[in-house]
Design a protein around this ligand. Structure first.
Ligand SMILES: [Cu+2]
Length: 165
């Protein structure tokens, strides 16, 4: 019996130190970005946010050391042109997974301090209304990366993109 108790305690300690991308009921996985192309001064972060709790939550802010400003963005169609627009928050409803991906919702890094390099990793701090701040490592992939899924969406690199800053 003594042995069982000590094993349980050891597992609890291990969990508490090895789960950086987890707060309350929110988990963030597959966080990635793209290497900067040429002199681009902005970058975008993509990820999956899962809310396994019973209450809705919202991503309300983000910050990262790689840029002077970090905003939450979505894409909207204006006729045939796709534009990015800042959003106040990204809803993460209870029991659902929200995917930030090219051509859709994303975290925008504005005025990069240095180009993002393929293979680089940096931390982004995500602030949720209920879960609080979650710090997640973002892995920088190649300039043409579309993420893990085949449905990445080809719109991001389109010539019609305009940034409203
Ligand atoms: Cu954007």
């Amino acid at each position: 019996m003594t042995r069982l108790i000590s094993t349980v305690a050891a597992v609890a300690v291990a969990l508490s130190v090895s789960a950086p991308a987890w707060a309350a009921d929110i988990a963030v996985t597959d966080a990635w970005s793209r290497a900067s192309a040429g002199m681009a001064r902005a970058g975008a972060g993509f990820m999956q946010i899962t809310n396994s709790g019973a209450a809705d939550d919202r991503l309300i802010a983000a910050s990262a050391p790689v840029s002077e400003k970090t905003e939450l963005h979505t894409h909207i169609h204006e006729g045939t042109v796709m534009r990015m627009r800042q959003v106040e928050a990204i809803d993460v409803p209870a029991g659902q997974t929200v995917t930030l991906k090219p051509g859709g919702l994303h975290v925008m890094f504005i005025t990069l301090k240095a180009p993002l390099q393929e293979g680089q990793t940096f931390d982004v701090a995500l602030e949720f209304e209920k879960a609080g701040i979650l710090t997640v490592p973002i892995h920088v992939q190649g300039p043409g990366a579309m993420g893990g899924g085949a449905m990445g969406g080809a719109a991001m690199g389109g010539g019609g993109m305009k940034h409203g800053h």
